[in-house]
Design a binder for this molecule. Structure first.
Ligand code: IMP
Ligand code: MG
Length: 174
């Protein structure tokens, strides 16, 4: 079986949209500091590109939760693989995620973070597949809503491949 990757969102489209969302976030948090929580590993490219474009003071931390493993279907099990280094009490927390699919990962994560008493807690995602939602999640900032297709690039992988692609593509198996 061979794999090809079809471009869904070009590098230019993605970069342009991230700049727009960064501008909106900077305006919304004017006069405040924002604490970005990058959800590893997929969220890392988006977090960097977003953070570079924010004009408000930013701090960063990282968290890793289990998701798909080697398959393209969610197993529904969420586990913290790596917790945050710092506490978030009293901070304006903005969780930065690559994609929201069933919503299981984020609903678990947001509930977990809420219990640590941040000043505010918001969610920013590069991609959203609303059709696939199983658990409801409030998303504050979405760059793109996409159809129900398995995508790679910009941090997203298929069996750990393609994370480094500078665009969003759809894996086609033929
Ligand atoms: P959820 O818990 O079903 O919302 O899954 C979220 C996680 O599944 C994301 O953070 C990704 O790691 C992974 N995921 C969901 N859809 C895709 C996709 O189309 N490509 C690559 N990873 C995906
Ligand atoms: Mg992820």
């Amino acid at each position: 079986m061979s794999e090809t990757v079809r471009v869904l969102l070009s590098e230019e489209e993605v970069d342009k949209k991230i700049a727009e969302v960064a501008k909106q976030i900077s305006a919304d948090y004017e006069g405040e500091q924002v604490h970005l929580i990058c959800v590893l590993r997929g969220g890392v490219f988006f977090t960097c590109e977003l953070a570079k474009r924010l004009t408000i003071p930013v701090s960063l931390d990282f968290m890793s939760v289990s998701s798909y493993g080697m398959d393209t279907k969610s197993c529904g099990v969420v586990k913290i693989i790596k917790d945050l280094d710092d506490g978030i009490e009293g901070k304006n927390v903005l969780v930065v995620e690559d994609i929201i699919d069933s919503g299981r990962t984020l609903s678990y994560l947001l509930e977990n973070l809420k219990n640590r008493n941040p000043k505010s807690l918001k969610l920013c995602t590069l991609l959203d597949k609303p059709e696939r939602r199983v658990v409801e999640v409030d998303v504050d900032y979405t760059c793109f809503n996409i159809p129900d297709e398995f995508v790679v690039g910009y941090g997203l992988d298929y069996a750990q491949k393609y994370r480094n692609l500078p665009y969003i593509g759809v894996v086609e198996l033929d």
